[in-house]
Design a protein around this ligand. Structure first.
Ligand code: SF4
Length: 392
């Protein structure tokens, strides 16, 4: 994707559904722990925002991807989900083969509900399994056990939903490398199309962070985290998946097209509390956001679901604020995002290419013409590499 293409009219839509049954011990996302009443009012607000956005027509192109993220979108239930999907289909034009993803937690998955999701047009399900060790799932504050996680995966595989992805977390205090890899092997037996494998981050303010800071649980040593990452990578590659992003693996052709668009610096619309969107100038202006010539505009919504509902009820858009990114900011952002991808990123500036060559001499980057990509060793120190290049 060229720099110009990346500011083209949006062809991706993110919708945030912030509800969860409870807050997991490691989570600092914008979520709402609430009952069906707020869900109904939230859905009304979301559909009001959707109508406001489609009235201004910033999506001049058919949508290639729609991603229902959270929170726990699967908590919405088939009826509310149908209302939402019908509104999306009525408000936007959907390209043929549009990737329509639903994030789900095992607690809401049943054989019947997965078939309903398939009938509603969900083409990709992303299942938050996280671990297959029951003590670890309890420590993470998850509401499901390993058996339900695997059952949910099996039901999704049989549901008619075209692609199934799983999330697993490594470097969890108290979970041995053997237990982590055993869980990974059990997931791989279901031949998922896609697997996201994330290192646990101990976010400030979370229960897991407090447990580690208080000394009740030891922080996972860097060498152990690295061992888990390398072993997982080897097993995933041996299972025929390709690594296309630092934490994401897929069968060839089953990459998350929605997330690829983010990492390639593409534009996307966002709806819902706490969600962030990114648009080129004309599309941002159509939404009423300040936008100069040739800039990218990032915008974000009120984070709190109740505030979002109230603001929409007053006829406002739910957008809290926005910022304009000029050409040099956009280039740096594209560099940081693009380096996450194994395909790498095009770099035009001479000093950046020279710095890339210096890092390539250490085996951390590969440089081919103007394309720069991180090697597997470079992926292990990606934040450091990115900072060094940005400073160049
Ligand atoms: S289900 Fe996901 S979004 Fe909800 S609290 Fe747990 S980690 Fe956070």
């Amino acid at each position: 994707m060229t720099a110009e293409d990346s500011l083209a009219p949006p062809r991706s839509l993110y919708i945030h559904l912030p509800f969860c049954r409870r807050r997991c011990a490691y989570c600092d996302f914008a979520i709402a722990v609430s009952g069906p009443d707020l869900q109904d009012r939230y859905l009304d607000a979301l559909l009001a925002e959707l109508r406001l956005v489609t009235r201004t027509s910033p999506a001049a192109e058919p949508l290639q991807t729609v991603h229902l993220g959270g929170g726990t979108p699967s908590l919405l239930g088939p009826e509310r989900l149908e209302r939402l999907i019908e509104a999306v289909a009525a408000g936007f034009s959907l390209a043929e083969g549009c990737e329509f993803t639903l994030e789900a937690n095992p607690e809401e998955v049943t054989p019947a509900v997965t078939r309903e999701w398939a009938c509603l047009g969900i083409t990709r399900a992303s299942l938050g399994i996280q671990s297959l060790s029951d003590p670890t799932l309890r420590w993470l504050g998850r509401g499901h056990d390993a058996e339900l996680g695997l059952s949910a995966l099996g039901w999704l595989r049989e549901s008619g939903i075209r692609q199934v992805s799983c999330d697993l977390i490594f470097a969890i205090p108290g979970q041995s490398t053997a237990a982590f890899l055993d869980g990974l092997d059990r997931v791989l037996r279901f031949q998922p199309d896609h697997l996201s494998c994330y290192e646990l981050t101990l976010e400030p303010g979370t229960t897991t962070r407090r447990l580690v800071d208080s000394g009740r649980y030891p922080q996972v040593a860097e060498a152990v985290a690295l061992e888990q990452l390398r072993s997982a990578r080897a097993r995933l590659l041996a299972a025929g998946l390709i690594r296309y992003e630092v934490s994401n693996y897929s069968r060839p052709g089953c990459e998350s097209r929605h997330n690829l668009n983010y990492w390639r610096g593409g534009t996307y619309l966002a709806l819902g509390a706490g969600s962030h969107g990114f648009l080129g100038g004309p599309a941002a202006s159509a939404l009423g956001l300040p936008a100069g010539q040739g800039v990218g505009v990032r915008y974000w919504h009120y984070r709190d679901a109740a505030t979002y509902v109230r603001v929409l009820g007053q006829g406002s858009s739910g957008i809290r604020d926005s910022e304009q990114l000029d050409d040099s900011q956009l280039r740096l952002e594209r560099l940081a995002l693009g380096l996450r991808l194994t395909e790498g990123v095009e770099v035009a500036e001479a000093q950046l290419l020279a710095a890339s060559q210096r890092l390539a001499a250490h085996g951390w980057l590969e440089v081919e013409g103007q394309r720069v990509r991180a090697t597997p060793a470079g992926m292990e120190i990606l934040d450091r590499l990115t900072l060094e290049l940005i400073a160049a």
